[in-house]
Ligand binder design. Structure first.
Ligand SMILES: Cc1ncc(COP(=O)(O)O)c(C=O)c1O
Length: 426
């Protein structure tokens, strides 16, 4: 049956509204094409993409190398399930584990699944290696976290909208304030049953909440001292987004993978998704060394699609692009420029309080009450001016363009943002 031809944004929105569940509240932009840092809507209007599918499209839309790898693999062999081996999974696992510096990788599809996987590994490790009595393991998480939408993951969220009426909730999680080493230390000191500390190096969904520079390093030290696994959710922050290969090693001055070991905080469990495929395909992964990963044995975890040949080919190409095109260095350079230009504007602005972030994961905080619609209205005006961004929690707008942006484009985007913000000055 032929699909109905979409002639306008309005028609497409109406179809979604009538036939799709109402689980999102998108900006009314109906996109039909993307290339590099740009997307086009069905009317042919061109926009800068300043969200990058929540930091999945770090390598830019439809990157030819990634799309090429996907086409080539899809036309040869797309899916075997893990009932059989395929000839690319092992090569991908070797490549990715060397790339990030771990012994082993467990492939999954979405970010939330990878978080679930990490939780299962940590619990099993606690029972089999740490000696915690079965069913008593706890995972420490942070207030205002965002780790996905599954039943277990929302069980430890404090976003009421994400939780309400979805209980009963999964037990076994202890919440502490973010960016508070004393709270972590006190919690681990008190409870010998803690398996892991699950943390975002920057809280993206919460509004690009950027912790103090030594938080990750000190959290890892505290975890090591108490034999607790340090679990970094780098689904949004990882793979060059924040100006380091990972955000946990984003503060040092290394170019690329960190060589200054003293500032490199290696997680015990690393959780990746989104940009692992450059946004072309759902690919996620959990990485750990043997001592941790080897607790998982046949039949104990898996997914029909996890580690499929297309995912493996796409991930290798996506990681290659990050290195070949120096996206870490570019994110770092353009991120600094972005915050400097925004800071210059903010000094004279009464509509924006501050800009914060690292690399090209940034946000502005609107000078208005938390629950006003100003951030939404600004995003609507940005759209009219040719740039797509989305409010996040509170009155905050996240800015996360593809990392293949050049300086001229970034300056153009800052001009659009400032011009738009000026329309809202009081
Ligand atoms: C830090 C973090 N963890 C987990 C997730 C969930 O990933 P997915 O939407 O692919 O399930 C996200 C998605 O935004 C995220 O930002």
């Amino acid at each position: 049956m032929p699909l109905p031809k979409i002639n306008s944004s309005e028609e497409a929105i109406k179809l979604e509204d009538q036939h799709g569940a109402h689980n999102y509240h998108p900006l009314p932009a109906v996109l039909s094409r993307g290339e590099g840092v740009h997307v086009w809507d069905v009317e042919g209007n061109k926009y800068y993409d300043f969200l990058s599918a929540y930091s999945a499209v770090n390598q830019g839309h439809c990157h030819p190398k990634i799309v090429g790898a996907m086409h080539e693999q899809a036309s040869k062999l797309a899916l075997t399930s893990r009932a059989f081996h395929n000839d690319i999974l092992g090569a991908y696992e070797k490549y990715a584990t060397e790339y990030f510096g771990f012994d082993k990788l467990l492939p999954m599809n979405t970010g939330a699944e990878a978080v679930e996987t990490a939780i299962k590994i940590a619990r099993k490790w606690a029972y089999e290696r740490k000696g915690v009595k079965e069913t008593e393991a706890e995972i420490v998480v942070c207030a205002n976290n965002f780790h996905g939408r599954t039943t277990t993951v929302i069980s430890f969220s404090n976003d009421e909208n994400a939780r309400r009426n979805f209980g009963p909730y999964t037990p076994g999680f202890t919440k502490i304030p973010y960016n508070d080493i004393d709270a972590l230390e006190a919690t681990l000191e008190k409870n010998p049953n803690i398996a892991g500390f699950l943390v975002e190096p920057i809280q993206g969904e919460a509004g690009v909440f950027t912790p103090s520079d030594d938080y990750m390093m000190r959290a890892k030290e505290v975890c090591s001292k108490h034999n607790v696994l340090f679990m970094a959710d780098e689904i949004q922050t990882g793979i060059a987004r924040t100006g380091g290969l990972l955000a946990v090693c984003g503060h040092c001055t290394c170019e690329g993978h960190c060589e200054r070991q003293e500032t490199y905080t290696k997680p015990d469990i690393l959780i990746l998704g989104k940009a692992l495929s450059g946004g072309n395909y759902p690919v996620s992964a959990v990485l750990a060394d043997n001592e941790v990963m080897d607790v998982i044995q046949p039949g104990q975890h898996g997914s029909t699609f996890g580690g499929n040949p297309v995912a493996a080919a796409v991930a290798v190409a996506a990681l290659d692009v990050v290195k070949d095109e120096n996206l870490i260095q570019n994110a770092r350079k353009l991120g600094k420029l972005f915050r400097r230009l925004m800071d210059d504007y903010i000094k004279e602005s009464n509509i924006v309080n501050l800009v914060r972030g690292r690399g090209l994961l940034n946000a502005i905080v609107i000078n208005d009450s938390e629950d006003s619609s100003t951030a939404w209205d600004i995003c609507m005006a940005l759209k009219e001016n040719g740039l797509l961004a989305k409010p996040t929690h509170g009155n905050i707008i996240r800015f996360a363009p593809p990392l293949v942006m050049n300086e001229e484009q970034l300056r153009d985007c800052v001009d659009i943002i400032i011009k738009t913000l000026k329309q809202f000055e009081k």
